[in-house]
Design a protein around this ligand. Structure first.
Ligand SMILES: [Zn+2]
Length: 308
């Protein structure tokens, strides 16, 4: 059986939010099967909480922000990406501020935290969303044209293309394809950091954004080069980070998607529109579970690293 997962023990992280600059504490706690991913603002009266879901997304300008029952939490995507990568279906996320800490700008610290907590497999089958037909969303035109789509596939693959007119991007791969049953999310994707341009920082700050952004939690470029003294972690770190974001954005159903995702210049907003288009069309998907090892397709047996 491919079982649902949670964390074995509670673990804590502390850090600043990328946009608010506010220091926040976050605790991940074990949750029973069929709980889902529950975010609770423990600093608010009544400790408002909600289960993550595609329709909870209220803001996608620079991050994915979720809102429910009067509680808002921004920049959830890197934590969601790590939860997806390690196959965690059920967890309580307690947070005492409005934004998930940015940590190093990648999902690697969250992966480490989850591995430190340990992953427990529960006695309930993991519920996958199986894509039954191609669903595609297009936006914009000319240079602003972008698209994202799901197509049927009995596995989890992502293909992403970016196109930035900038000297650094001409030397970095513009495309990435990953098959998560053959390649490791942890080693191939999780360490890719978020990135931004120096000339955008002033504008963002005047709008109260990127207040916590530094060279310690983002790749920052001027007009010509990367300003971080240590350079890049992967030669294709930019497109890898877009894949990392998509993995997180597409996990807001709380369930892994059996299908082939592909996208050109997509971002949080378009990823969310695609996810809603898929889940709101009853003829586009079905639930899938794998109750016994014998019935589990070979391609899915290596989808998640062994529980640690
Ligand atoms: Zn990101």
């Amino acid at each position: 059986m491919i079982g649902q997962r949670t964390v074995k023990t509670a673990v804590r992280a502390a850090g600043v939010g990328l946009h608010t600059g506010a220091r926040v504490n976050l605790t991940l706690r074990p949750a029973p099967a069929e709980t889902g991913i529950v975010i609770r603002r423990i600093d608010l009266p009544g400790q408002a909480d909600f289960i993550v879901a595609p329709e909870r997304v209220t803001d996608t300008r620079l991050c994915s922000a979720l809102e429910g029952n009067g509680a808002k939490v921004a920049t959830v995507e890197h934590l969601m990406s790590a939860l997806a990568g390690l196959g965690v279906d059920n967890v309580f996320i307690d947070i005492d501020g409005p934004e998930v800490p940015i940590l190093d700008g990648s999902a690697a610290p969250w992966v480490y935290l989850l591995q430190t907590a340990g992953i427990e497999t529960l006695d309930a089958p993991k519920r996958f969303i199986r894509v039954l037909k191609t669903v595609r969303i297009e936006e914009g035109s000319g240079d602003g044209f972008k698209w994202a789509q799901f197509a049927p596939h009995e596995g989890c693959t992502l293909s992403f293309s970016i196109d930035f007119d900038h000297p650094v991007f001409r030397q970095s791969a513009k495309e990435m394809h990953i098959d998560l049953s053959r390649q490791s999310y942890v080693t191939e994707v999780s360490r890719a950091r978020t990135f931004g341009f120096m000339n955008e920082v002033e504008y963002l700050r005047s709008h109260g954004l990127a207040l916590g952004g530094t060279l310690d939690n983002a790749i920052v470029m001027d007009e010509f080069r990367v300003l971080n003294s240590d350079g890049l972690r992967y030669a294709d770190e930019f497109v890898k980070h877009k894949v990392l974001d998509a993995v997180g954005d597409l996990y807001l159903t709380g369930h892994p998607i059996l299908g082939a995702f592909s996208a050109y210049k997509s971002g949080h907003g378009l990823n969310n529109r695609l996810l809603r288009a898929l889940t709101e069309d009853a003829s586009a998907w079905e639930w899938a579970t794998f109750d016994s090892a014998a019935k589990t397709p070979q391609a899915l047996r290596n989808l998640y690293p062994q529980a640690v």
